[in-house]
Design a protein around this ligand. Structure first.
Ligand SMILES: Cc1ncc(COP(=O)(O)O)c(C=O)c1O
Length: 421
C-alpha cells in the first residue's frame, strides 16, 4: 500500500529556484554549459573573519549544543548591529537566533496564527510564505505590487485588508523585495505601522537584503514607534556576508515573543550550530569592509545585467531600487512567442540550444502577479552575465527551436496573451 501523507505534505508548494537549480545542475552534469542566474546566491566567498572564526570554533571544540535562543555574545552583537546600522532600539533580550531567515516564517506562523486567520502578503512574494501559513491553516490574502509604485507596499492595501477580511491577523513585509527589487520608504512604513497598530495586526518583516539598497536607504518597520511589540524582523548572513551555506540568521522582537520563539526552537531544531554563530558574530564585528565591498560589486553586477537586458527587444529592465535581482517585464516577448514567462525561462535553459543555456525564473514562481516577468539573479561572474545577455537575443531568434519546445512542453504554452498597460 502506498504511504499516506498528510494533506499538508501533499499540498505543500516549494521554492522553484531550487527545482530549476537541480535541472541546471543535471544539464551541467551532462556537459551543457549553463549560466546560473536562477538562485539568489552569492558568487563571492564567505567573508574572511567569519571563515576564520568558524574554523577556530571547530578547532576549539565549540561544537556542542548551546541555548535555544542563541549564544549570549552573538545575541549581544546582533542587537548592537541593529542599533548602530538601522537605529532599532534593541538589546540582547530582543534577539533570537536561527538557521537563516527562512525558519522565522514558520516560527512566526506558529507563534501568532490560528486556523482561519487572514495574512496580508504583497505579491509577487517569496514562495515559502504561503506554505508556512498553511502549516497553521491560516489564509494568504494577496495584495498586488505594481511597477507604477516601484513595487512598494502601500498602507491603502492594509486598510482594505482590515476593512474586508473576516479575520485579519498579520502582514508579511519584505523590503528590499524579492523578486521585484522594490524598497519601502520610511513614509510607506510609517503609514503601514499606523494602520497595523490601529487594526491590532502583527507584522513579519523579512529583511535579508538589508545591505542591498541602491537608491534611498534601508528602513525597517521595527524602527517605527511601538512596532517592536508587534513585529518580528528577520535578518540573515546569506546575502550580506555570502554565508548561505552556514545557515545562520537572527530575528528581533519583544522579549515575550523572543521567549515564545525559544520554545518553538527548543522543540524543533534545539539550537543553531554555535560554530556558525561564532562566525556570524565575527562577520558583524570585523567584516564590514568586505561586506561593503561585496555590496558595491553586486550593484555593479545589477547595473551590468540591467544595461544588457534593456538592449534586448521587448525586455523592459529598469534598475531595481534594491536586491541583486533584476525583474524585467517580458510580456510582449511572451505574447509574441506564445510562451508563459516561466516557459520562456525554461526555454532559455533547456530548449534554445543543446550546448548552452541560461537558468532564470518566470515571475509566476512568485505568485500569479509575477506572470509576464522574469527574475534573474546576479550570482555569476561578470563575463558569464555578459554571455547570458548575449545569448538571449539569439535564443529568441530560433523559431524552430521555439516551436519544438512548445510542442514538447504544452504546459508552457500561453493560453491567453498577458494584458499590457
Ligand atoms: C525574501 C527572502 N526571505 C528569506 C530568504 C531565506 O534566507 P536564508 O537562506 O538566509 O534562510 C530569502 C532567500 O533567498 C529571501 O529572498
Amino acid at each position: 500500500m502506498p504511504v499516506r501523507l498528510s494533506s499538508l505534505a501533499r499540498g505543500l508548494t516549494s521554492e522553484t529556484a531550487f527545482t530549476v537549480l537541480a535541472m541546471a545542475r543535471a544539464l551541467k552534469a551532462q556537459g551543457k554549459d549553463v549560466v546560473e542566474l536562477e538562485i539568489g546566491d552569492s558568487p563571492f566567498p564567505s567573508t574572511p573573519y567569519a571563515k576564520q572564526a568558524g574554523i577556530l570554533a571547530i578547532e576549539e571544540n565549540k561544537t556542542g549544543y548551546c541555548p535555544s535562543l542563541g549564544l549570549p555574545e552573538f545575541r549581544e552583537a546582533a542587537a548592537r548591529f541593529l542599533k548602530e546600522e538601522f537605529r532599532i532600539p534593541v538589546g540582547a533580550e530582543n534577539i533570537v537566533v536561527a538557521s537563516g531567515a527562512k525558519p522565522f516564517e514558520q516560527y512566526f506562523a506558529e507563534a501568532f496564527l490560528d486556523p482561519g486567520d487572514g495574512v496580508l502578503i504583497f505579491s509577487p512574494q517569496f514562495p515559502t510564505y504561503v506554505p508556512n501559513l498553511e502549516r497553521r491553516g491560516a489564509r494568504a490574502v494577496l495584495a498586488p505590487l505594481s511597477p507604477e509604485r516601484q513595487f512598494r507596499p502601500s498602507a491603502e492595501a492594509v486598510e482594505r485588508f482590515l476593512a474586508e477580511d473576516p479575520q485579519p491577523r498579520a502582514i508579511f513585509l519584505n523590503s528590499p523585495h524579492n523578486p521585484t527589487g522594490g524598497v519601502a520608504t520610511a513614509d510607506d512604513l510609517a503609514a503601514i505601522a499606523q494602520v497595523a497598530t490601529r487594526g491590532d495586526l502583527v507584522v513579519f518583516s523579512d529583511e535579508p537584503y538589508c545591505h542591498m539598497v541602491w537608491s534611498g536607504r534601508h528602513e525597517s518597520i521595527l524602527a517605527q514607534p511601538g512596532m517592536l511589540e508587534r513585529t518580528v524582523a528577520a535578518y540573515t548572513f546569506s546575502k550580506s556576508y555570502s554565508m548561505s551555506g552556514w545557515r545562520i540568521g537572527f530575528a528581533a522582537s519583544s522579549p515575550e515573543v523572543v521567549a515564545a520563539f525559544g520554545k518553538l526552537i527548543n522543540t524543533t531544531a534545539s539550537c543553531s550550530p554555535p560554530l556558525a554563530q561564532h562566525a556570524a558574530k565575527a562577520a558583524l564585528e570585523l567584516d564590514k569592509e568586505t561586506r561593503d565591498n561585496y555590496m558595491a560589486r553586486f550593484e555593479e553586477k545589477v547595473n551590468r545585467l540591467c544595461r544588457g537586458l534593456a538592449t534586448i527587444e521587448g525586455f523592459i529592465a529598469p534598475k531595481p531600487a534594491g536586491t541583486f535581482y533584476v525583474f524585467p517585464d517580458v510580456r510582449t516577448v511572451c505574447n509574441r512567442l506564445g510562451l508563459t514567462s516561466h516557459g520562456l525561462a525554461l526555454y532559455f535553459l533547456e530548449g534554445a540550444d543543446p550546448k548552452f543555456g541560461v537558468a532564470c525564473l518566470g515571475g509566476e514562481c512568485f505568485g500569479e502577479t509575477g506572470a509576464g516577468f522574469l527574475r534573474f539573479s546576479c550570482a555569476e561572474p561578470d563575463e558569464r552575465i555578459d554571455q547570458a545577455v548575449a545569448f538571449i537575443p539569439t535564443a529568441l531568434d530560433r523559431p524552430e527551436a521555439i516551436k519544438a519546445y512548445k510542442d514538447a512542453n504544452p504546459q508552457h504554452v500561453l493560453a491567453k496573451p498577458y494584458a499590457i498597460g
